[in-house]
Design a protein around this ligand. Structure first.
Ligand code: BGC
Length: 504
């Protein structure tokens, strides 16, 4: 072999070696990238498995909640589900008339309302104003919070050119309250984003009355109602088959009409009617069949209010869903590089809101453009590849699906407690009723999450049908009651002020 040929073969050998090395590096990089991607997928897969809610598991959740509801009615403190008595033994029937003001407090904003009611279930006029509550007031003093509300009501009445004299005020207060009368009740504890310690144990109607007096408003609370109870009242006003109401918004809860005789914890209490409205407070239910994932409990580290408590609410409601998804995305970013390197925002608690989660899950564009935009605008994560965007959608889907299906189980549990689910209950052994016409049952639903998030609604409706079966499901109607919590408080203020006048 000549020298030239030797050089040539050496050069070819080197090139081949370099090519092999490059190829090996590429393969190694690909393998590493694949490995990191698989770890991200594994995080999602593990989360999905833990959040699974097959029908049979949901049925067991239904039975557990129904059992807790029985216990809650039997004696005070026997269950985590408080089953609070509302002192309401009659619901609006359409004959209510007059002008009413309402304060509706439940989330980080409150509503001031003026309603004119005409007989025959007619809301003749309605004026509503939303007022944000600065975050520091949700953790400040009782006086500051109630003064903010009272002065907003005063300005509202002034702007309306109205007079407050002789008007009746409904107060929707969407936190657990122990009531001894329709117009008073002491706060058991704050939930959601509120934590004003000094208010706990106080009569919140009185707190508002005092603030109204300080602000020169000549009104007093006539009806103090939970938002689930207000929604039930409005549902009943339009449809007498309404047996229960559910809130699915910032928080979650239910109320329903119970037979007074079934409330053993208050046997002997004077009541004018066979029926009593119960505020379930199901947010504190802890479904034993549903494991809490690390992402469900991570916020116990930084949200001190109701730490390790309100499990049902934390898996279902708007304050928390975005945060659960954020924790999963953060874990994916820690395990892999699927979001690139600029992922600092992902470690900020509550930066990813539930409306962001909903926007991502509802993105049906082929390239998931909305997903890109939300990740960029809210989490400052740029240029996320399509396959990663799909994984993000899957995370939001898992969080939504579990939440909606658990809420559905809650609804069926309330129906079971009222004997409207096609089973014979009254004992923990639930049997299917044979024969007999099942009654039509309406469940009134209010709350931004249910109202504004269509995928959530679909999952919930689907799960209710699945648990009940077609025959019974066809007798159950879930009915959206927009602004039910506020309007319902006006209706209750109306019926209870006329009851008072009539009995005076
Ligand atoms: C409160 C309930 C309320 C629900 C919905 C929960 O956190 O405990 O009283 O009805 O939120 O707003």
């Amino acid at each position: 072999m000549g020298r030239a040929a030797q050089w040539l073969s050496l050069a070819m050998g080197c090139t081949a070696a370099v090519t092999c090395a490059v190829a090996a590096t590429l393969v190694a990089r690909r393998a590493a990238a694949w490995c990191r991607w698989s770890r991200a997928v594994e995080v999602v897969r593990g989360f999905e498995e833990a959040c699974a809610t097959p029908t049979e598991r949901l049925q067991r959740v239904v039975n557990s909640l129904a059992v807790e509801m029985f216990a809650g009615l039997a004696s005070e403190g026997a269950s985590k589900v408080r089953m609070l008595l509302t002192c309401i033994d009659a619901l609006p029937n359409g004959s209510e008339e007059g002008i009413y003001y309402v304060i509706d407090l439940g989330g980080t904003s409150f509503r001031v309302m003026r309603l004119e009611l005409g007989s025959g279930s007619m809301v003749i006029n309605k004026k509503v104003e939303h007022q944000p509550i600065p975050e520091k007031l949700t953790k400040g003093t009782s006086e500051d919070l109630f003064d903010l509300i009272a002065s907003a009501l005063k300005n509202f009445i002034d702007r309306e050119g109205g007079k407050d004299v002789g008007m009746t005020l409904g107060f929707t207060f969407s936190f657990p309250v122990r009531q001894a009368s329709i117009s008073s009740g002491s706060l058991i504890r704050w939930t959601k984003e509120f934590s004003i310690e000094e208010t706990v144990g106080k009569d919140v109607a009185q707190c508002l009355n005092e603030a109204l007096a300080r602000n020169g408003v000549n009104l007093q609370v006539t009806a103090l109602v939970n938002n689930a109870v207000g929604t039930l009242a409005m549902g009943h006003y339009y449809d007498e088959d309404t047996v229960a109401a559910v809130i699915i918004g910032a928080g979650t809860n239910a109320s329903y009409i119970e037979r007074s005789a079934a409330i053993t914890k208050c046997q002997g209490l004077l009541t004018n009617s066979d029926l009593t409205v119960v505020n379930v407070e199901w947010g504190s239910f802890r479904p034993p069949q549903i494991p809490l994932t690390p992402y469900d409990i991570c916020f116990n580290n930084y949200v001190k209010c109701n730490q390790y408590d309100q499990a049902f609410e934390k898996m279902i409601s708007g304050v928390y869903l975005g945060e659960i998804a954020r924790a999963v995305l953060q874990r994916m970013a820690q395990e892999s590089d699927v979001f690139g390197t600029s992922v600092n925002c992902l470690s900020t608690p509550f930066i990813f809101s539930t409306p962001c989660l909903a926007a991502i899950r509802e993105d049906d564009s082929p390239d998931l453009i909305v997903v890109s935009r939300v990740l960029k605008e809210h989490l400052k994560i740029q240029d996320v590849p399509l396959k990663t965007r799909r994984l993000v959608v899957r995370v939001c889907d898992i969080v939504t699906r579990r939440a909606a299906r658990l809420a559905a189980a809650g609804i069926v549990a309330v129906l079971q407690k009222t004997g409207r689910d096609g089973t014979l209950c009254g004992t923990t052994k639930v049997r299917k009723i044979r024969g007999g016409e099942p009654k039509r049952s309406v469940v009134a639903i209010e709350g931004g999450l249910y109202q504004g998030y269509s995928v959530f609604r679909e999952f919930l409706n689907e799960a209710v049908d699945e648990i009940l079966g077609d025959e019974i499901a066809s007798t159950v109607c879930l009915r959206l009651m927009e602004e039910g919590s506020g309007i319902g408080a006006a209706l209750l203020a109306a019926s209870y002020s006329s009851t008072r006048q009539n009995s005076a």
